[in-house]
Write a protein of this length. Structure first.
Ligand SMILES: C[S@@+](CC[C@H](N)C(=O)[O-])C[C@H]1O[C@@H](n2cnc3c(N)ncnc32)[C@H](O)[C@@H]1O
Length: 214
């Protein structure tokens, strides 16, 4: 079972049908959108020999691609059992299953058991979690070299969009909610963990940022 009510909602929202669609799209088109931008930034910073902690990895695009680019191992922690199954299936197809550990549950609850990794990623996960300081703090504490984040821009029109999406969730009687956490608060938590920003880009409502411990 996922550990918190919010992760239980994530488990039903990110379901098998959604996972199949996302996996098929990745197999047809490769990495897209913000994930592609984050991947390029990570590759430019160097991924050879890296261990990866992919938090909320979805169907695993980031860790599949990083393993293909020279990373040596990955841990994917996800609150969606359907996404985890799809990521594992793709690892088998790409021939790197033996290098990946898949863990089901809330990363914040599981974090004390997880070893640090050279690269830690949170690709469109911060927007799914209410307790941002716990999530980002635990991720940053485990990033030995690089921390990559994709999360909503802190501007009025994104906040308005998030409110509209949450109204739609409420109308469908879903308890799932999106969150537009303040950029300054996210940034402060990462910097407190000893990381400095080395890359930032914007795509529509998203910001893609990379921090380094170098
Ligand atoms: C919007 S999807 C993004 C998936 C993938 N990273 C991508 O960008 O395509 C959010 C993912 O984060 C996972 N997630 C949300 N909160 C989580 C938590 N506290 N611990 C682990 N996974 C979480 C969800 O189950 C889902 O797989």
């Amino acid at each position: 079972m996922a550990c918190c009510p919010h992760c239980q909602e994530a488990d039903s929202l990110f379901n098998q049908r959604d996972a199949r669609q996302r996996l098929r799209r990745y197999q047809r088109r490769g990495p897209e959108g913000t994930t592609k931008v984050l991947l390029a930034a990570l590759r430019a910073a160097g991924v050879s020999g890296a261990s990866v902690l992919d938090i909320g990895g979805g169907v695993g695009v980031l860790h599949h691609e990083l393993l293909r680019s020279g990373a040596v191992s990955a841990v994917d922690v996800d609150a969606s059992s359907a996404y985890l199954a799809a990521a594992r299936e793709e690892s088998t197809r790409q021939g790197h299953l033996e290098h990946v550990r898949y863990l089901y549950g809330d990363f914040v609850a599981l974090a004390p058991e997880l070893a640090p990794a050279s690269i830690v990623t949170l690709d469109r996960v911060v927007c799914c979690y209410p307790a941002m300081p716990a999530l980002v703090g635990a991720a940053a504490a485990r990033a030995e070299r690089l921390l990559g984040l994709v999360y909503p821009r802190d501007v009025w029109w994104v906040r308005a969009g998030v409110r509209a999406v949450n109204l739609a969730f409420a109308a469908q009687r879903s308890a799932f909610r999106l969150f537009c956490h303040p950029t300054a608060a996210v940034d402060a938590i990462v910097r407190q963990a000893g990381l400095t920003q080395c890359f930032a880009a914007y795509r529509g409502p998203w910001q893609i940022v990379l921090y380094t411990r170098d």
